[in-house]
Design a binder for this molecule. Structure first.
Ligand code: KG4
Ligand code: ZN
Length: 344
């Protein structure tokens, strides 16, 4: 079974093709991605209308590229999958519309996929694929969640952020330090030159006794410390503040992940979403895994941020497990707001 996946929920157009044979983990045949980051950078954030228009421009050339690279003809596609939500309504409609039109023209079924399920299952494409059940730490630009994952489609929310997401905390701190948008990777890079103990920053909800997160206060604390540095802080001071901000975010993510493993009695942790690319987070989770005797799985670095491969994979795994059936009704009712534990 060949599944084409189209991701267009935010500022990346991703297209990919996977092949699923029997119950084996699907394999990725080809993928292509266009990031709109440069286009939105001037505005300091994603401009929804520009995002939608750019998805329209990119999605068909990327689809042609993927099929050519995989050596697969249009007629060999068995299912066309797309991101149904959550995300920007106009951006989602582009991927959904193209997927449904293509599938209708080919007389093939479609399947709308939850974006976060794509992130959550993306480590199954890595060489060290996880096994169910596991705890998932989903850390992206829009979400921070801990889930208990029993099987494909069986997701139980353990805790989530009550305000900003971890990626937002990275991005907003980076913006305050003048690192542009989205500043997560730039902040992480600057942090490698800094002293993480230089500034005392809050660890919100660290001892709350539950598995929820809060990052909004951290951004304010970074702003206060940045102001105290005066109008012309040195590069070293900025690096120290970057390292301190990263340390605060990472410490909370690591401690809450360990608490989630303890609460569920599980011994496998799966990390996914853009912040899962963070080297300091990976270093501390790897060290904790060695110390405490659990396994930790990550997607390949290139599959941490948004991509089409995770959407094609999630669709293929849902079909394989019987969690969903592809249909030919071609109704692209996208869901801009959609909780992962509400998928059926
Ligand atoms: O999963 P993703 O591509 O998009 C959403 O679904 O939101 O995540 C993007 C987020 C951004 O906030 C970005 O700054 C952050 O992931 N990010 C990082 C790193 N790479 C991406 N944050 C910290 N360190 C990184 N290396
Ligand atoms: Zn995402």
């Amino acid at each position: 079974m060949h599944v084409l996946g189209i991701e267009s929920s935010c500022d990346e157009t991703g297209v990919a093709l996977v092949r699923a044979t029997g119950p084996a983990i699907p394999s990725l045949l080809a993928q292509a991605l266009h990031s709109q980051v440069a286009m939105h950078a001037d505005y300091g954030g994603v401009v929804p209308e520009l995002a939608s228009r750019d998805h329209i421009r990119r999605v068909l050339p990327l689809t042609r590229q993927v099929l050519a690279e995989a050596g697969i003809g249009l007629r060999q596609i068995d299912v066309v999958a797309f991101t149904r939500g959550p995300g920007l309504a106009g951006a989602l409609l582009v991927g959904a519309g193209v997927a449904c039109a293509l599938a209708a023209a080919l007389d093939r079924p479609t399947l709308g996929v939850h974006h976060l399920e794509g992130h959550l299952l993306s480590p199954f494409l890595s060489a060290d694929a996880p096994q169910f059940p596991f705890v998932a730490l989903l850390v992206s630009g829009g979400h921070t969640q801990l889930m208990r994952v029993a099987a494909v489609g069986d997701y139980h929310l353990l805790g989530e952020t009550i305000d900003d997401a971890a990626g937002e905390a990275f991005d907003k701190s980076a913006k305050l330090l003048g690192l542009g948008y989205p500043g997560g990777p730039a902040l992480a890079q600057l942090a490698t030159q800094g002293d993480a103990g230089a500034f005392k920053l809050p660890r919100p909800l660290l001892h709350s006794g539950d598995l929820d997160f809060s990052f909004a206060g951290l951004k304010t604390a970074v702003m206060v410390q940045h102001r105290k540095l005066g109008p012309a802080p040195s590069t070293q001071q900025l690096a120290d503040l970057a390292a301190s901000a990263q340390a605060a975010i990472v410490e909370v993510l690591v401690k809450k992940s360990l608490a989630a493993l303890k609460a569920t009695g599980l011994t496998r942790l799966v990390v996914s979403g853009g912040v899962g690319a963070n080297a300091e987070l990976r270093r501390q989770l790897d060290a904790a895994a060695l110390r405490s005797g659990f396994r930790v799985h990550y997607p390949a670095l290139a599959l941490c941020t948004d991509n089409g491969a995770m959407i094609a994979l999630a669709a293929a795994m849902r079909l394989q497990s019987g969690a969903a059936a592809a249909t030919k009704d071609y109704a692209f009712d996208v869901r801009p707001r959609w909780a992962l534990d509400q998928i059926s």
